[in-house]
Ligand binder design. Structure first.
Ligand code: URA
Ligand code: SF4
Length: 197
């Protein structure tokens, strides 16, 4: 049995890069395990790698990634301090939405990443991650909210790609990520005060 104690992000990444477990393995160029800090307080979960991610083997490095980077900067969150990954680790053909069997096959990798990192908050980016992780329907109706499930906190927001064609969503994403940053910051101050008292 592989528990978090023996597991590692590097081990997961190596398994993902050679993973044959669903049909996306046949069409990918590079699997995209995700990247970031072992000690990340925030973990971002998107949908699936797109073309640029598939080329580079890294998450959120195309147009959606530029928006995410910009919003993280505006919210004062360092990209290098968080962990960024996706529901499925390989690009679906023509960027279609991942199918249920693909998300199910890929899920253990995500669960292992979460178990190792133990983030304070998981930031759900868009409806695929929302439905896959929380069984949610409308991300637009629920964005900006924090929900808790099985002792894990989740922050819900839109997918950065949604703002590529609807620029008015840029300010929505910006406001949400600032709220997320504040949530993490308030918590830090509260816990250091608790330590002091
Ligand atoms: N969109 C995603 O959902 N994930 C990426 O890594 C890039 C674009
Ligand atoms: Fe394996 Fe996930 Fe890639 Fe499917 S999407 S081949 S389960 S790593």
């Amino acid at each position: 049995m592989t528990g978090p104690a023996e597991d590692s992000l590097e081990k997961i990444a190596a398994e993902v890069r050679g993973c044959p477990l669903c049909k996306l393995a046949r069409t990918r160029k590079n699997a995209v395990p995700g990247e970031g800090q072992l000690a990340a307080k925030i973990m971002f979960i998107g949908e699936a790698p797109g073309r640029s991610e598939d080329e580079k083997g890294r998450p959120f490095v195309g147009a959606a990634g530029r928006i995410l980077d910009d919003m993280l900067k505006k919210a004062g969150i360092e990209r290098s301090q968080v962990f960024i990954t996706n529901v499925v680790k390989c690009r679906p053909p023509n960027n279609r939405v991942p199918e249920e069997d693909e998300a199910v096959a890929c899920r253990p990798y995500l669960d292992r990443q979460i178990a190792i990192i133990r983030p304070k908050v998981i930031c759900i980016l868009g409806k695929t991650a929302y439905s896959s992780l929380l069984g949610g329907n409308s991300i637009t109706a629920n964005r900006g909210k924090i929900v808790e499930k099985a002792g894990q906190k989740y922050f819900l927001t839109i997918h950065p790609a949604a703002a590529i064609y609807n620029r008015s969503l840029l300010s929505v994403l910006e406001a949400d990520l600032k709220k997320l940053a504040k949530e993490i910051k308030d918590k830090k101050e509260k816990s250091s005060l608790e330590n002091y008292l």
